[in-house]
Design a protein around this ligand. Structure first.
Ligand code: PLP
Ligand code: COI
Length: 371
């Protein structure tokens, strides 16, 4: 593959390194990354910056990975002043390490910060933290099929004050987790419960921000869906309870019999997924008509029943592109197509992962070389 991207460190700001005095041994590391599950193992280091209202962002540093002391009055612990991102670093066959559209994550972190009255981290600092941490912990990037180094940047309010206000002290941290697929056990269709009683987001709310509170609020309906035998929850719009929005941690797509692909329009309630926009581009290039618009639950139910809707899939950084085999809700239970992964779903999954893992040319300039 031609290499058009800058090598590691080209843009890195000086993240001062405090090395881990007791890093994992080579054997320990090899053991932990051999067949990782999602989000359970962490590398030796983490990147960090601190912001204060008086001085702005400063003190970029890499520290040993480990617990962070927090004052019990820290604002994140009381008022959930937390936002995060998720992106992956992939090891290519040539040994290099690349990440996928990281500036999009940096910009989305800024949009989330704005909504939550947190300071915006400059894109260059976000990028420099990623370059610096991955360079230092490069040996943690797994090579197993479908595995990657999942990067989790996040901001927390560390103001020591119980008054409700935008924090005057904030920490940015970046941790890295050698991870396997979010859904273990290969690409198999997931089942989805369409939730009518709980809503994820409402007009003017925080649905488009990647804030921890959105995810906390999704856990009760997630448990209820699990008890009904479903893997994931699909939320409807809070205003009318009739229009599809997204899953707790993924965007949703619907494929019609003629190969047209529909996905809910960005209405301020759903997350502007980077996988979502990439999938739309790839499908367009492959000759599919893609349409971003409101999709009603009625249309979904009738379409699956009649066969007009042939495939449904969910997508996101962690979930990649995941087929949906079964959908249920109050008063209905439907198998999507024959319940097996559909051809459009699997083709776009292949297209995307071929680019991410360097098996196909990156004609979009999506991959950034880190190491
Ligand atoms: N929607 C929600 C609620 C998410 O948490 C995610 C995951 O990050 C997505 C959609 C997909 O976004 P992306 O493709 O940028 O990972
Ligand atoms: C991601 O896909 O990166 C997310 O943040 C979703 C999360 C539920 C793991």
């Amino acid at each position: 593959m031609t290499d058009t991207t800058a090598p590691a460190g080209a843009t890195a700001e000086a993240f001062r390194v405090v090395p881990n005095p007791a890093p994992a041994t080579r054997e320990e590391r090899a053991d932990r990354i051999a067949n990782p599950r999602f989000g359970l193992v962490f590398t030796d280091h983490m990147a960090r910056m601190t912001w204060t209202a008086d001085e702005g962002w400063g003190d970029p540093r890499i520290e040993p990975y480990g617990p962070i002391p927090l004052d019990p009055a820290a604002s994140v612990l009381h008022y959930a002043q937390e936002i995060f991102e998720g992106l992956k670093a992939y090891r290519w066959a040539d040994g290099s390490i690349r990440t996928f559209r990281p500036e999009e994550n940096a910009k989305r972190l800024q949009r989330s910060a704005w909504r939550m009255a947190l300071p915006e981290l400059p894109v260059e600092d976000f990028m420099a933290s990623i370059y610096s941490l991955v360079e230092l912990d490069k040996d943690w990037v797994p090579t197993a099929e479908g595995a990657s180094l999942y990067l989790r940047p996040f901001l927390i309010g560390t103001d020591v004050f119980l008054g409700l206000r935008a924090p005057k002290k904030v920490d940015y941290l970046l941790i890295a987790s050698p991870s396997g697929p979010y859904f273990a056990g290969g690409v198999k269709p997931v089942s989805i419960w369409v939730e009518k009683d709980f809503f994820r987001a409402g007009p003017g709310g925080t649905g488009a921000a990647k804030c921890g509170g959105n995810y906390a609020a999704s856990l009760r309906p997630q448990i209820a869906a699990g008890e009904r035998g479903y893997d994931q929850v699909l939320y409807l719009d809070a205003a009318t309870g009739s229009v599809l929005e997204e899953l707790g941690g993924m965007n949703v797509f619907v494929v019609t019999r003629d190969g047209t692909v529909l996905t809910p329009v960005l209405n301020g309630n759903i997350l502007e997924g980077i996988t979502r926009s990439s999938v739309i581009e790839l499908l367009d290039e492959d000759g599919h008509k893609t349409v971003e618009r409101n999709i009603t639950l009625k249309e979904l139910r009738e379409g699956i029943e009649s066969g007009e809707i042939a495939e449904v899939f969910a997508c996101g950084t962690a979930a990649v592109v995941t087929p949906v085999g079964r959908m249920g809700g109050e008063g209905f239970e439907l198998t999507v197509g024959d319940g097996q992964p559909g051809p459009v779903t699997m083709a776009v999954r292949q297209r995307l992962t071929d680019i991410q893992y360097g098996r196909a040319e990156d004609t979009h300039g999506w991959m950034q070389r880190l190491v």
